[in-house]
Design a protein around this ligand. Structure first.
Ligand code: PMP
Length: 403
C-alpha cells in the first residue's frame, strides 16, 4: 500500500510529446513544426547577439553576486518591462497607477495574476478564447478559478476572428468575470482582432464591468515593432480600464528557459497600489519566494541602453521578417501546386503560428507518412520552416490534402 497507489496517468502535454516524437524519429527526412520556439534558416535555436553581449558583461561584472532579489523582483527590469508594454510616455506610469512584478516567464505571470485575482479580489469566473493556448485553462484552474469558460474567437469556415459571436459571448458573461485576451499574435490562430474589433471588445468589457487580463507573449516578435504589437493593451488603458498584463520575454529575447516575465497591474486610483504590492508579495512568497536574476538582468541591460535596444529591435525585426518570408513562400508553393483549398490565411495570420485548417486525420497523415510534425488542431510553428525544407513541406501538405 502506497500513498501514491492508483494515481491516474494524465494525458501527455501535446506540444512536448510531439516534440519528443520528432526527436525520436529515425527517418532521414523529418520536419518539426510543433514547439513554439524560433529557429534560424539552418533550423537552429538563436541566441540574440545583444543577449550574448549583455551576458558577457554580466559574467565579467565583479560587483554582481547571487544574493536574493526582492520578492517582487529586479526593480530596473520591472520598470523597463512595464514601460515596454504600456509605452515610454504612458500616463498610467507617470501618474503612479501602474506597477510591475517580476514573474517566472509568461506562465508564472499568468499564475500569479490568477492567484491574486482569486484569493485577494475573490474572482472565480474566467473566460478564455476558443481556441486558446493549451495552458490557460490549467493555470487558472490550479490558480483557484472554479469556473473556466470559453468565448468564441475563431470562425473556422472563413478563417477569421468571429467578432459577432465573440461580442455576444462577452455580453452573456457575468459581471466581474475575468477575460483573457491575447495582446498580439493570438496562439494558436495567428489572427488578431482589427483595431475596430478591439474597440468593440473594449466597449463591452467596460460596459459589462468585466475584468481585463491581457496575455502578451509575443510583443515585438509578431510585427517587428513592439509599439504596434502593444496597441490593444494601450488602447484599453486609454479607455480607463483597470487590468493586469502578463508579459513573457521567452520569444522576443529568445530567453525561453531563463523564465523572464512580468505582471503589470494598471489601476485607476494609485492609492490601491500599496495593497496590491503587499498582497502580491504574499502570492509570490508562497510560490517561488524570489525570482531568478540572470534573465531579468539581461533584459534590463538591453532595454535601458539605447544602443543595445536598437540592436534588439534589429533582431526582432530579423526574426519577424524571416517568419513573414516563410509564410509567403509556403502560400506561394501551395498555390503553385494547386493544392485544393484556399491558402491566403497563411499570410494574413501573424506571429509564430499558423492555424492551417488541416484536420486531425490530415495531421496524423502528415506525421506518419511524411514525418512532418504538427499539433492535432493543425497549428504549425512557421519558424520550423526554412529554405531547405519548405518545398518538402508544401509537397507533403499537397499530397495529404489530396489523399
Ligand atoms: N501565453 C501564450 C499565449 C503563449 O503562447 C505562451 C508561450 N507559449 C505563454 C503565455 C508563456 O510562455 P512562457 O511561460 O514560456 O513565457
Amino acid at each position: 500500500m502506497s500513498f501514491f497507489d492508483g494515481i491516474p496517468v494524465a494525458p501527455p502535454i501535446e506540444v512536448f510529446h510531439k516534440n519528443k516524437l520528432y526527436l525520436d524519429e529515425q527517418a532521414p527526412v523529418k520536419v518539426n513544426l510543433t514547439i513554439g520556439a524560433y529557429r534560424t534558416n539552418d533550423g537552429k535555436p538563436w541566441v540574440l547577439p545583444v543577449v550574448h553581449d549583455a551576458e558577457v558583461q554580466l559574467a565579467n561584472d565583479a560587483t554582481l553576486n547571487h544574493e536574493y532579489l526582492p520578492v517582487l523582483g529586479h526593480e530596473g527590469f520591472r520598470a523597463a518591462a512595464t514601460a515596454l508594454v504600456l509605452g515610454e510616455n504612458s500616463p498610467a506610469i507617470s501618474e503612479g497607477r501602474a506597477f510591475g512584478v517580476q514573474c517566472l516567464s509568461g506562465t508564472g505571470a499568468l499564475r500569479a495574476g490568477a492567484e491574486f485575482l482569486h484569493h485577494v479580489l475573490g474572482l472565480s469566473v474566467v473566460y478564455v478564447s476558443k481556441p486558446t493556448w493549451g495552458n490557460h485553462k490549467l493555470v487558472f484552474t490550479r490558480g483557484g478559478f472554479t469556473s473556466v469558460r470559453d468565448y468564441t474567437f475563431w470562425d473556422a469556415e472563413n478563417r477569421c476572428v468571429a467578432i459577432e459571436k465573440l461580442i455576444a459571448d462577452l455580453e452573456e458573461a457575468p459581471e466581474k468575470a475575468v477575460i483573457i485576451l491575447h495582446g498580439c499574435a493570438h496562439n494558436p490562430t495567428g489572427m488578431d482582432p482589427t483595431k475596430e474589433q478591439w474597440k468593440k471588445i473594449a466597449e463591452v468589457v467596460k460596459r459589462k464591468n468585466l475584468f481585463t487580463f491581457f496575455d502578451i507573449a509575443y510583443q515585438g516578435f509578431a510585427s517587428g515593432d513592439p509599439d504596434a504589437d502593444a496597441w490593444a493593451v494601450r488602447y484599453f488603458v486609454e479607455q480607463g480600464l483597470e487590468m493586469v498584463v502578463s508579459q513573457s520575454f521567452a520569444k522576443n529575447f529568445g530567453l525561453y528557459n531563463e523564465r523572464v516575465g512580468n505582471l503589470t497591474v494598471v489601476v485607476n486610483d494609485k492609492s490601491v497600489i500599496a495593497g496590491f504590492q503587499s498582497q502580491m508579495s504574499l502570492v509570490i512568497r508562497a510560490n517561488w519566494s524570489n525570482p531568478p536574476a540572470h534573465g531579468a538582468r539581461v533584459v534590463h541591460l538591453v532595454l535601458s541602453d539605447p544602443k543595445r535596444r536598437n540592436e534588439w529591435m534589429e533582431s526582432i525585426k530579423a526574426m519577424s521578417d524571416r517568419i513573414k518570408t516563410m509564410r509567403a513562400a509556403l502560400r506561394e508553393k501551395l498555390e503553385a501546386l494547386g493544392t485544393p483549398g484556399s491558402w491566403n490565411h497563411i499570410t494574413q495570420q501573424i506571429g509564430m503560428f499558423s492555424f492551417t485548417g488541416l484536420n486531425e486525420d490530415q495531421v496524423n497523415h502528415l506525421i506518419s507518412k511524411h514525418k512532418v510534425f504538427l499539433l492535432s488542431d493543425g497549428r504549425i510553428n512557421i519558424c520550423g520552416l526554412n529554405t531547405n525544407n519548405i518545398e518538402y513541406v508544401a509537397q507533403a501538405i499537397d499530397e495529404t490534402v489530396r489523399a
